[in-house]
Design a protein around this ligand. Structure first.
Ligand code: 3HC
Ligand code: NAI
Length: 700
């Protein structure tokens, strides 16, 4: 372990002492960093002669926060609060010089300084809420004093990164320094030291609180607005409570309360789950067999095949990231319809976000509409999103082989089909993989990248890099029917139908699922997505789902027909229970010989989640996912799994695998369905008293 001295150093530049933090990768406030800052402050004081202190960081960023890996371990002094107090009460002015990102504890450190200066492209924020926390070192008290309670509330409850320019406008950042930050910060320090003025300390300055003290109505309305999106998470509520204290509770008392909230949240299940997700997302970037030596190919132009539901959204994802796209259809009519929808979507977003309408023309100019597959010829990456039919996909891939430039990555957006078969239609299977976007593709974060048998490592690396460039969360998965997400989802869909046959009603199942934290239950979701797609697919496969099919046969295709599992009033999206559906369900139970029974909420929840988790265990065992946390990332970003639960596999570990194993065995008996028997990996881990997190197969 490095000594504190080696990660924090100081040097004199005339009358200015410069403290430098150098603790890669992100200068997080580990014990070594905290102790190092305290030590350098003491040293500067003991040496005397300095008239100002600049706090600056080496490497890619200013301090990006507390060291998350230290949470849950015994605290070591000095705490961050002590270091901040030393900066705040320093008799000579302290100046934080920010580049990269000043986040969480990093911004709190800067708020302890008398002044903050920043590079023009620096960002700042208090993202603790995303880790299920609140700023625990004074951020909820000092930021309101720096920029006013309303602005601070928005920053803290959303956790969003903010630009330096906004910080300057709000009074957080005293000066923006173009050019060399260290030189500029030293010049700033000399200036304030020479000014003879009293240096502003947020401990004493309450001027920005006055307006809210006089009238809290705007603040209260903003709390209501921001918390309406918090979906059962404790952290946003604690953030708002703490910021509320900043308005008129004495600082030291409020800081104590903030600390108490922090300690409670950090020990809670939600924050543990959200911290798990933070590391899981970074872990997902490490793809077995694709080391740092594998360089992604250069992607300057993309082609998307199909201007339907998915092709349109995928095109928007690329264009919004500034990547030129050729969108290709089989007819002029389909092409124009697709382009029309893309334009309408951009216009609606521009209106909602108050953007200049010219921004729509700018992004539309990146999209070139064409008819005919030969137009893929300039593309470095091609994403196929034509109808879900293997014969068609094979014909398309054979044509792509003819027209695509050498080295172009060729991806299919198929939901279920075998990518190997498509690759075999080309003479370049190493360039072929799956890029499975989720609907609406311009909004949903998840991107399943499907590694086919012959996919080349650099083609995978390219898809990962492009995924991040277009602001998605990419996860590599292996080949199987439905990949990771849809394969697990089909277990839930099967149980949803069974629960209705056995005795439950749609609103009961949906209430349990939303009570768990999903934004929607399976039936309301089905109504939103449209029930006709599954109906047609079952007909094609010669499969019958008695209730789902009877509902469609009654002309109920979901919200688009104002009736599905629920009924909808014209123009409204609120599901209303419908006796007609309940009669269909009871009749279906009778027809298939079920004796309807009361199903407890506990059983509904178990049957909604455990069969999915069981499938996750099989997926892991087969190596279709490289690690359990990748499955969590899929469900959080593609299917609305509640963040505070950490994803299905993390949740399973918190419940305990022995309980899940026993419940699954019971469900298997109850429904006479052998596929519900616990998977071998689940049985093994449960017997060893372990969780999925401990399982490291590493394939995918
Ligand atoms: N603690 C420990 N490790 C951290 C960390 C932190 N706060 N922030 C980042 N890291 C690690 C990452 O895990 C990653 O490690 P790896 O290379 O082994 O996977 C490495 O640093 C680089 O991180 P990224 O891959 O995320 O790098 P990017 O350049 O893409 O992003 C970043 C940089 C924007 C700083 C991003 O890492 C980030 O958002 N970090 C977290 C910021 C945060 O949440 N801060 C608040 C912490 S809680 C806190 O401060 C509590 C306080 O109020 C008391
Ligand atoms: P869609 O029916 O809305 O669009 C398909 C489009 O492809 C049509 O506009 C059609 O004219 C066009 N097309 C057909 N043959 C073509 C050809 N030879 N050349 C150019 N264009 C051609 O279908 P959707 O929903 O967009 O699905 C596309 C693919 O994405 C399918 O493989 C589907 O499984 C997959 N997918 C669909 C999701 C969804 O929610 N709809 C989610 C994720 C994947």
């Amino acid at each position: 372990m490095s000594s504190p001295m080696s990660v924090v150093t100081s040097a004199r530049h005339g009358v200015v002492a410069v403290i430098s933090i150098n603790s890669p990768p992100v200068n997080a406030l580990s014990h070594a960093v905290r102790a190092g800052i305290a030590e350098q402050l003491a040293k500067i004081k003991a040496e005397g002669g300095a008239k100002a202190i600049v706090l600056i960081c080496e490497g890619r960023t200013f301090v990006a926060g507390a060291d998350i890996t230290e949470f849950g371990k015994p605290p070591q002094t000095p705490g961050l609060g002590e270091v901040i107090a030393a900066l705040e009460t320093s008799p000579i002015p302290t100046i934080a010089a920010i580049h990269g990102t000043a986040l969480g504890g990093g911004l709190e450190l800067a708020l302890g300084c008398h002044y903050r200066v920043a590079s023009p492209d620096a960002k700042w924020g208090l993202p603790e809420v995303k880790l299920g926390l609140l700023p625990g070192a004074g951020g909820t008290q000092r930021l309101p004093r720096a920029i006013g309670p309303e602005a601070a509330l928005r920053v803290i409850v959303t956790g969003a990164h903010q630009p330096a320019k906004l910080g300057h406008e709000l009074g957080l950042i005293a000066e923006i320094i173009p050019g060399d930050l260290k030189v500029g910060a030293i010049a700033f320090a000399e200036k304030v030291a020479a000014s003879g003025k009293k240096h502003p300390s947020l401990r004493e300055d309450t001027s920005k609180l006055t307006a809210t003290r006089a009238d809290r109505s705007k603040f209260d309305a903003l709390v209501t607005e921001l918390l309406s999106k918090s979906r059962g998470l404790e952290a946003p509520v604690a953030c708002a409570e703490a910021v509320k204290l900043s308005i008129d509770t004495p600082l030291d008392e409020a800081l104590k309360q903030e600390r108490a909230y922090f300690l409670k949240l950090v020990a809670g299940e939600q924050s543990k789950a959200q911290r798990h997700l933070f590391f899981a997302e970074r872990e997902a970037a490490r793809v077995p067999g694709v080391g740092p030596d594998v360089k992604p190919r250069k992607i300057e132009r993309v082609a998307v095949l199909g201007a339907g539901t998915m092709g349109g959204g995928i095109t928007m994802s690329f264009a919004s990231a500034g990547i030129p796209v050729t969108i290709i259809e089989q007819s002029e009519e389909n092409l124009q319809r697709g382009m029309g929808i893309i334009r309408k979507n951009y216009e609606a977003t521009a209106r909602r976000q108050g953007q200049d309408p010219a921004s729509v023309d700018k992004v539309m100019a990146l999209i070139t509409p064409k008819v005919g597959l030969e137009h893929v010829k300039d593309a470095d990456m091609i994403v196929e999103a034509v109808f879900e039919e293997m014969a068609l996909k094979k014909t398309v891939f054979a044509a792509l082989d003819k027209f695509a430039k050498p080295g172009a990555v060729i991806a299919s957006n198929t939901s279920y089909l075998n990518i190997d078969e498509m690759a075999a239609a080309t003479k370049r299977p190493g360039d072929v993989l799956g890029m499975h976007f989720f609907s609406p593709a311009n909004v949903m974060k998840l991107l399943e990248i499907v590694r086919a048998t012959n996919t080349a490592p650099d083609a995978l690396a390219t898809a990962m890099a492009v995924g991040r460039r277009i602001n998605k969360v990419p996860v590599v998965v292996g080949l199987c029917h439905g990949f990771v997400g849809n394969r697990m989802l089909s277990q839930r869909s099967k149980q949803s139908e069974l629960l209705l046959l056995e005795g439950a009603m749609p609103h009961e199942v949906d209430a349990v699922v939303t009570g768990f934290g999903f934004p929607m239950g399976p039936f309301a979701m089905g109504d939103l997505a449209g029930l006709d797609v599954g109906f047609r697919s079952r007909k094609d496969r010669g499969v019958r789902a008695e209730i789902a099919d009877s509902i469609c046969e009654a002309g109920r295709f979901g919200q688009k027909t104002n009736k599905g599992y629920y009924r909808y009033e014209e123009g409204r999206r609120t599901p209303i229970r419908d006796p007609e559906v309940e009669a269909i369900i009871v009749a279906a139970s009778k027809k298939l010989g079920y004796t309807r029974r009361t199903i407890t909420e506990q059983e509904i929840l178990g049957r909604m989640l455990y069969p999915m988790i069981n499938e996750g265990a099989r997926i892991l065992e087969e190596g279709v996912a490289a690690r359990a946390s990748d499955i969590d990332i899929v469900w959080i970003n593609g299917y609305g799994f509640p963040m505070g639960r950490g994803g299905p596999m993390h949740y399973a570990d918190t419940v305990g695998l022995a309980k899940i194993r026993d419940d699954l065995s019971q469900f298997a008996k109850l429904t006479n369905d052998k596929t519900l028997e616990p998977a071998p990996l689940l049985v093994k881990l449960a017997a060893e008293g372990k969780g999925f997190a401990s399982y490291k197969p590493g394939k995918a």
